[in-house]
Structure formats: C-alpha cells, structure tokens
Write a protein that binds this ligand. Sequence first.
Ligand code: EPU
Length: 427
Amino acid sequence: MGKLVITGGARLHGTIRSSGSKNSTLAIMAGALLGKGETILRNVPQIGDVRTMMDMLRALGVHCEEVSRGVVRIDATEIGTTEAPYELVKRMRASFSVLGPILARKGYAKVAMPGGCDIGARPIDLHVKGMQALGALVNIEHGYVEAEGDSLHGAQVYFNLPSAGATQHIMTTACLVEGTTIISNAAMEPEVVELANMLRQMGARIHGAGTPTVRIEGVKELHGTDYTIVADRMEAGTFAVAATITRGDVTIEDVRPEHIEPFVLKLREVGAVVDMYDNAMRVRCNARPMATDIMTMPHPGFPTDLQQPFAAMLSIAEGVSVVTENVYERRFKYVNEMIRMGADIKQDGRSAVITGVPKLTGAQVTAPDLRGGAALICAGLAAEGVTEVSGLEHVERGYENLAGKLQELGADVGPVSNNIERETILV
Ligand code: EPU
C-alpha cells in the first residue's frame, strides 16, 4: 500500500512528455488477440493496468512480453485457452474485452464478470446485447460470461447509450465476423478511433470510427502489425490541472489537441492561459482560478476521467461551481477526503456544489480510485503543509511515474512505501 507525501506550495514549471494512453493501450492489446502473427506496440505506458493486461494475455496462452521500455510484443497466432480467470478480470474491467476476440477466433469464450475501480454500476448489458446480435449464445452463470457461436454473422447493433467499452468490444469482434456489422449510437471517444486505426493496420475493414455510426465488414483473417500508442489525454489533462492549481507554467509535449479540446475550453474558463501547438500544450496561471460549472458527458463532452482533478482545482476557485457527473454515479468518493483538506463541497447524488476556499490544508487522505487519487494529489500540490496520499496503488494503475514527473516540474513529492518509513521520516 504505497503512499505519496506532498509538501504543497511549489509552483510547477517546466516541460514533461505525455505517456501512452492507458485506455487505448488496453483496448488495443485485446484487439491484438485477433491477429495471427507478431504485433509490436510502442509507447506503451508502464502502469499497473498494462501489466494486468499482459498477465491476462499470457494466461490465455498468448505470447506477450515487454521487449524494451515501452515496447510490447504480442503473438496471438495460438490462443492456448478460451477461459479468462476471475483473479485477473476482477483486477481490471478492461480485461473483460478479451471475450469477443477469443469468441471470434475460437468459437467459444468464458470470461469472469469484470471488476475494476468502484466508481458506480458498471453493467455489461450492451456488450452482451452486441454479442447476441452477432449470433452468439451468451450464458451468465456462477460469475462467468460464456459465449459461443461458430457461425457469427454481421448485424445492426444499437446502443442505448454510447459506451466506449461496448463500442470497442463489438467493433473488434465484428472484424472477424462474416458480413457487415453496423453499430449505431456508437461512442466517439478518441480511444475508439485509435483502436480502429490499429485494427485497420491488421487488415480490418472499419469505417466511421469517431462518428455515431461505425461500419465493419468482416474479413477471414487479421495479421500482426506495428503500432505506436497515442498520447494519454487524461494524463495531459491531469498535469494541466496541476499547473493551474499551483499557478505554474507547464508545457506538456506529445498531446493531440483535438483529443483534449473540451477540457481545454473549460480550463480557459477558469482563467488558465492555454496555448495549443501541433503536438504540445502550454498551461499557465498566475492568479486564483475562477469558478465554473462542469458536466461530464460522453465524448466530445467533458470527460468523466478529468472530473475529479478539475473539481480539486475548483475547490480553491473564486466563487461557487457545480459539478455534475453523468457517467458514473460513484465518482465523488474523493469528496470526503477533500473536505478533510478544508474544501467546502456539498455533494448529493450526481451533483456537487463547490464553494471555493482561499486555501486547502495538508492532511492524511486516501485515494478511493484512480482519478480520485489524482485529484487528491493535485489538491496536495496546492495545499498548505504536508499531504499524505495513501492508496497509491490505485493511481499507479493508470499514471506512469506520476511522482517522478511532478518532481521534474519542481513539486516537493516523495513516495513512502509504508507507515514505518513515514514514522522514521517524521522523527
Ligand atoms: N454502460 C452500460 N452498459 C454497458 C456498458 C456501459 O450501461 O454494457 C454504462 C456505464 O455504466 C457508464 C456508461 O455506460 O455509465 C459509460 O461507460 P463506458 O462503457 O463508456 O465506459 P468503459 O468503456 O467501461 C472507459 C474507460 C473509463 C472511462 C469511460 C468513459 C477504459 C479501460 N476505461 O470505460 O476510464 O471513464 O470509458 O469514458 O477504457 C479511467 O481511466 O479512469 C476510466 C474509468
């Protein structure tokens, strides 16, 4: 159970580079299961969730290794087993997305019901509905989802809501399904587009990814490929918040402006100066941020994954902000911890009313989940005194070397692996 100790007050300044996108990598690694032959993925972030996905592919009897820093080789010519164990799927929801590729390759797949961060109900009904539309027989029993079907066929699939995971899962599966599949009300997240780009490089025929209608024409076989993972828009957004909340001046390299635009527009509303370049962004702020309202929505709305860090910044803004979380109803678990740091937040259901306070004070707090942990770290950077964020393992699932990057920008942060070490430091 790692901890991060932050002495707040340092203005962040300097330049860092974004790591590869967590959510693109996870979907793409599952997609690599479709290919016969070697797939090389580059710019893969070194984070807990990627390690879990590597373990998952190996558990399926697929060759998967990190050949050098950030370069992962996957060879799914043979898939040794069609069953994905509970021990791995419970650690990370994204590992459920191996179901469709195994089904498409082997005609049968059995995958445990997914776990992951506790941020709200995370049903799999749209995934199941999509598989059934493609002709699979799906049976949910004893905590496992079993899908079988030797002769899957293309179909029209309509999603009640644009789920990123279900869109990626059905799009991937349909690549090897005979006939044409059309996904309506598809998610438009950049991670859907990235996955489609990679699958196309493997020989898939996909049109319309990034729009509400995705069309997939099934092919008989896909081959391996060499693909570079795009930059992580959520990591870039988190550092942009860290720059703003500390009144700093930070340049983030390797950013795709079109991926992060909705967030940038809101950041400007609070008074940050954001310069966008072809492949980088500079974020500056030299005054207390101003209050604003945010409402999370599927892309191109404000991303739910940046709601928590952004709210941490609003907690010291001038005025009252309303934060509405429309995607995950339990993505407010960091609020109680923020209140321990002096924030004035009233949360009820899907909304939080944040009355900005002039300053936060350092406290011992616990990261409730990945982005909630990032929010507490941002708050700690701005707080007076020392903040000790425990539960760091949540943060390490999705941020590569967060403490190291913050240090590069001048933050006073240091990891502590357990209580004993911290006590020693305090003495
Ligand atoms: N939903 C359903 N039924 C389904 C699937 C989803 O009702 O079958 C609902 C969910 O309950 C949620 C909404 O649809 O209310 C959106 O969920 P979505 O399926 O889009 O999310 P996801 O694919 O499970 C990915 C990211 C999340 C990110 C969301 C939304 C990965 C591995 N995860 O999850 O990332 O918040 O999209 O953009 O790609 C994170 O990185 O911290 C994280 C949680």
